[in-house]
Design a protein around this ligand. Structure first.
Ligand SMILES: [Zn+2]
Length: 157
């Protein structure tokens, strides 16, 4: 994953998923000239560290330090702070391929299969599905038998 200033404020993906970024189009080795690829944009805002309700907004005052600093003011409580950015701002990352499955998608898929299974066998999924965990993360779902002591079917994430 390429880095740039401000990237640390963008939600980070956990290391569990396979990361593939979009390719440049056209591939630069095939033809000279412009190349482009899709990016994913983010609006980045900053919650006031004092009241935790308002958002920090630029007052228009900046300080010619190196690097430049900007005064931001909370739009709820008026708390001011000197920060290295003005808020909100737009950040971007290279867009992830849409066919990529995140851990979240895989979990959802396993859960959907388990509920489908329950539906087929006339079981109330709320009672018969139990998630199981590894290191605090859901790694699958058991569908239990009528005594709810044995898994009759397992759907792994
Ligand atoms: Zn505030």
């Amino acid at each position: 994953m390429e880095n740039r200033n401000g990237w640390n404020r963008v939600p980070k993906f956990d290391g569990t998923m396979e990361v593939k970024i979009n390719r440049w189009s056209p591939a630069p080795e095939d033809v000279g000239g412009e190349k482009r690829r899709e990016i994913q944009t983010f609006e980045v805002d900053y919650i006031c560290p004092k009241c935790k309700k308002g958002n920090m907004r630029s007052t228009g005052i900046c300080y010619y330090t190196n690097p430049m600093q900007y005064q931001n003011k909370c739009n709820a409580c008026g708390h001011t702070d000197t920060m290295d950015k003005t808020y909100p701002y737009v950040d971007y990352t290279h867009k992830l391929n849409t066919n990529m499955k995140t851990k979240f998608d895989q979990t959802k898929e396993a859960f959907n299969k388990a509920t489908e299974y329950c539906y087929l066998y006339g079981l109330n999924w709320r009672e018969y599905i139990r998630p199981f965990f590894k290191n605090g993360i859901v790694v699958g779902y058991h569908v239990l038998d009528e005594t709810k002591s044995t898994a009759i079917k397992t759907f792994n994430v």
